[in-house]
Write a protein that binds this ligand. Sequence first.
Ligand code: ADP
Ligand code: MG
Length: 226
Amino acid sequence: MAIKKIIAVASAKGGVGKSSLTAAIAIEKAKGFQVGVLDADIYGPNQHLLFGIENIKPEIIQIDGKKYFKPIISHNVKLNSMGFILDSDKAALWRGPMLSGAIKQLIHSTDWGDLDYLFIDMPPGTGDAYLTISSEIKPDNSLLITTPNKLAVHDLIKSVEVFNKLDINILGYVENNISNKKISYDFKLIDDLNIKKLASIDFNESIYEFNPKKIHDSIKDLASNL
Ligand SMILES: Nc1ncnc2c1ncn2[C@@H]1O[C@H](COP(=O)(O)OP(=O)(O)O)[C@@H](O)[C@H]1O
Ligand SMILES: [Mg+2]
């Protein structure tokens, strides 16, 4: 089982498009590579919904006497998520150690096989989940997502601080416009930290409705640079 590149898709703020962009980038990348997605948002897993496979449960297999989840394959992407395993209402009140335990189990008990890319859909915030993922899975890289908005940018700076502390490379940030108004925004605060802007994505129906068969050109460009 070898994974060549692990990219954590992150923002301290929720609702900026992490899950939608993770799914779209993964589907695009899977046209030419072996790709997996780990939905690490234990409190609000979404990948099973985006891929439209909410009623499927991963098969459990045994390898050398140890049990593993077989990831669900959809649009050529291998997926595992707490959303497949638990109903998320149960996890909603978990404390740190239970959360970390669940993430560890997802990470170590999934039979990913060989992958070129594993994308991790990170939960919002910067707490326990970050520490667990960085110590257990050691992503090589992170991709930051923000909306053109003051609050989102300020929260993004917290993500930058955390990734710097955890010594995880930041590939850059993506401006994602979740509003159907054309908004211009000055990203000076992020640019001053020398974080590169990798893409600017406008409000897009195929992302909003999430159509896995229609990947927007701006995401195709972004995916080809990862
Ligand atoms: N570029 C976009 N165009 C249109 N809608 C978007 C775009 N990006 C995200 N959305 C919508 O914004 C909301 C939040 O996105 P989501 O992926 O759930 O964010 P997060 O994972 O950061 O919480 C969702 O309703 C999603 O459909
Ligand atoms: Mg999400």
